[in-house]
Design a protein around this ligand. Structure first.
Ligand SMILES: O=C(O)C(=O)C[C@]1(C(=O)O)C=C[C@@H](O)C=C1
Length: 292
């Protein structure tokens, strides 16, 4: 049975991985910190790690992208998209007014994972204007802390699954600032992953480092894709962490390494003096493709 490392039970990651595997039997291993999720697969304690990498509202999850690039060398084996439905969670009685209605302005502190918190900023400002905000390691850690500090006016942003796990109430449902809020997840691990479902789209993620003092290098890199009519779905620059002002480019290509075109494009880019590292070539599932 595949051993899957992920953030704790009741997180969005937990919901997402259950959606990916459906009825396929897998052994889930929960870790409090995303760094321990990565390290579990690096150290062979699990076969794959579940890593959230991008969100509709927040964009790239930089911390996780940086771990993927700088700290580990495990290929991406599958990508899928799952909706991040966040709720405001706490103990009802703490926020009741004299008419028995919930008064969210009584909330003194809102806790969540920073990415989940960022998805709900307008809601927090509007309905809990006096609340302090505190970032924790996962949405479930936030729920746990609220449960352990009852009576202080604290509330968490997290999933209904997490609220049920800790026996707390949903104070407000679907509190993200945009309803179309999805997170892109990847499974990383040394072995290819066999899934019972198949995706229509394959992707390849690459890192390109440009040579120094080469005017127009990025333009030439992009033209290697452009003239072959290879579609890119994301390009992003991130610091190399070696020297101020040095960046590499993270590029998602809508093409498999099995195609004739992509290896040729990479060869052309390398011939320009760029370094290319392939982070993975994997099936990319839409939310709908994984249904049923
Ligand atoms: O804390 C969780 O529930 C997670 O699964 C982590 C995470 C993230 O790291 O981006 C995943 C998706 C969410 O939208 C918010 C948080």
């Amino acid at each position: 049975m595949k051993r899957i490392a992920l953030l704790p039970e009741g997180t969005v990651s937990h919901e997402a991985v259950s959606y990916l595997f459906g009825n396929e039997p897998v052994q889930l291993q929960y870790y409090k910190l995303i760094s321990d999720v990565f390290l579990s697969t690096v150290n062979g304690k699990s076969d794959y790690s579940v890593i959230p990498i991008e969100n509709t509202i927040e964009g790239s999850v930089s911390l996780h992208m940086d771990w993927l690039v700088h700290e580990v060398n495990l290929p991406m084996q599958v990508e899928w998209v799952y909706p991040s439905i966040q709720n405001l969670i706490g103990t009802r009685e703490e926020f009741m007014d004299k008419d028995g209605e919930i008064d969210l302005s009584k909330i003194t502190k809102v806790l969540s994972h920073p990415v989940a918190m960022a998805q709900c900023q307008q809601f927090i400002k509007k309905y809990t204007p006096a609340a302090e905000q505190e970032s924790v390691n996962s949405t479930v850690e936030a729920i746990e802390q609220v449960r352990n500090n009852q009576g202080k006016g604290w509330a968490a942003i997290g999933t209904t699954l997490g609220a049920a796990k800790y026996g707390l109430d949903i104070l407000a449902r679907r509190v993200t600032d945009h309803s179309n809020n999805f997170t892109r997840f990847v499974l990383i691990g040394p072995e290819k992953l066999q899934l019972s479902k198949s995706a229509t789209q394959w992707k390849t993620s690459i890192l390109v480092s440009l040579p120094e003092d080469f005017p127009g290098a990025l333009h030439q890199v992009l033209s290697a894709f452009a003239w072959r009519r290879i579609n890119l779905s994301r390009i992003e620059s991130r610091p190399t962490k070696k020297k101020l002002g040095n960046y590499y480019f993270y590029i998602d290509v809508l093409e498999s390494m099995e195609s004739v075109l992509l290896p040729a494009a990479i060869e052309e880019i390398e011939a320009l003096g760029c370094q290319v590292r392939v982070l993975g070539c994997y099936p990319s599932f839409t939310y709908e493709e994984l249904e049923n």
